[in-house]
Design a protein around this ligand. Structure first.
Ligand code: PLP
Length: 418
């Protein structure tokens, strides 16, 4: 016997009016609902032992985000320590070459070299109010580990970062950076000895002592309220961009592009533009080397809904429901899941999810270096590659890119591939 839920009757919304209705619920903050759902996506699939810590986090976050003292501390640390606001830059030469007006939001200039610090700082300041004694995090390539270690040093928290043993070897400079910033780097020898094993180990740690530990999730994924929290801390990117476009260009962009791994830089950029119906939004996934399973990390393009790391969202999986293998030249996009709000925005067709291949991203790195004097990270280079394609049939448009990280971290892989 199948159970028909009210959601199943209306989901996915089939008409433009229904889709507009669902978007309106998100904009009125009726999503995420009290169970953490965006339509059917999201929720919290966690062991019962974590529920007290998660409900405390949800309650304290709601209070903090309405507290002037917290918000002004966030603003002041953002300004003096991260370097906000980051500039909006006209990409003059690429604009001419590609026949569009192209603007970069320079998150690559943020402290530690990417947008991740916005979320790390926000959550560490919040952790102070929770009264926890320590912070834990997990990291793949090490970027989230470095941002977390830096924020913990700044605010004054002991910090442990779980990292697969394979990644510890591959990412030696970031491991050293984390250690200098005072973090304990814990190599994980179990499972696949990479990011997935590190996440499992971090969860195990959290379950052991949830009330004294804050698990600092690095992307807009995981159980509610993490996707909402991360979006809230990253939305500074979209809010600044929108105001900067109006102020210095005098109009909103026709299209906004961002790369999508777990989805934090993209949701932070997109969210303040969701109500602007004239602005088209594009999330760019890692197309890797091709469409076959294991060759890419294009979760929405090739996946289907399932549960991973505490929430229901699109997911790369095989026919038996096992999590699929992934590949991307960029470590930050190499993840089989995606945040639940992106699955929702895909289902209501507010955001288009497309892909760029490894080779196209590497070409975009070259384009950006030579023409704009900026070495971009491989992740946003996927979005830049997608812009180059899109521009061919959209000449004369105004386009905004979230240039969410700098490429210095990618030097070893760039030297092998370029
Ligand atoms: C980690 C990272 C990403 C991917 O994470 P999102 O949560 O999808 O933003 C993208 N770009 C850079 C530069 C990163 O460091």
């Amino acid at each position: 016997m199948s159970i028909v839920t009210p959601e199943a009757l209306v989901w996915p919304p089939r008409t433009d009016a229904d889709r507009a209705d669902e978007l309106a619920k998100l904009l009125r903050a009726e999503y995420p609902d009290s169970s953490g759902r965006y339509g059917p996506f999201g929720g919290r699939f966690v062991p019962e032992t974590l529920m007290p810590a998660i409900t405390r986090l949800e309650r304290e976050a709601a209070i903090a985000l309405n507290d002037m003292a917290f918000l002004s501390q966030l603003e002041s640390e953002g300004r003096s320590w991260i370097g906000r606001e980051t500039p909006l830059m006209h990409a003059r030469t690429l604009s001419k070459l590609w026949g569009i007006s192209l603007y970069f939001k320079r998150e690559d200039l943020a402290h530690t070299g990417a947008h991740k610090i916005n979320n790390a700082l926000g959550q560490v300041l919040l952790a102070k109010r929770l009264g926890v004694k320590r912070i834990i995090a997990e990291t793949g390539a090490g970027q989230h580990g470095v941002a977390t270690a830096a924020a913990c040093a700044r605010v004054g928290f002991p910090c442990r970062v779980y990292m697969g043993a394979v990644d510890v070897e591959r990412q030696a400079p970031n491991v050293q950076r984390m250690k200098w910033l005072g973090a304990e780097v814990f190599p994980v020898e179990s499972g696949d000895r990479t990011l997935r094993a590190a996440i499992d180990e971090a969860l195990r740690d959290w379950v052991a002592d949830p009330m004294n530990t804050h698990y600092l999730l690095g992307s807009a994924v995981g159980p509610h309220p993490f996707p909402l929290l991360v979006r809230t801390f990253q939305s500074i990117v979209g809010r600044e961009s929108r105001a900067q476009m109006l102020e210095s260009v005098g109009r909103l962009p026709d299209a906004v592009f961002a790369c999508v791994g777990g989805g934090s830089n993209a949701i932070g950029m997109f969210h303040p533009f969701l109500a602007d119906s004239s602005v088209r939004l594009f999330g760019v996934e890692a197309g890797g080397t091709g469409d076959a399973a294991g060759q890419h990390s294009a979760t929405i393009t090739h996946g289907r809904p399932g549960v991973l790391h505490g929430c229901y969202s699109y997911l790369l999986q095989d026919s038996a429901g096992q999590v699929g293998d992934t590949h991307s030249v960029s470590a930050g996009l190499d993840y089989p899941g995606i945040g639940p709000e992106h699955s929702f925005l895909h289902a209501i067709q507010r955001v288009s999810y497309i892909t760029a291949l490894d080779a196209q991203a590497l070409d975009a790195v070259r384009d950006c270096c030579r023409n704009e004097g900026i070495l971009p990270a491989l992740e946003p280079s996927h979005a830049l590659a997608a812009i180059k394609q899109w521009a061919k049939s959209n000449q004369g448009t105004t386009v905004l890119l979230n240039l969410c990280g700098r490429g210095d971290k990618d030097m070893p892989i760039l030297m092998r591939n370029m």
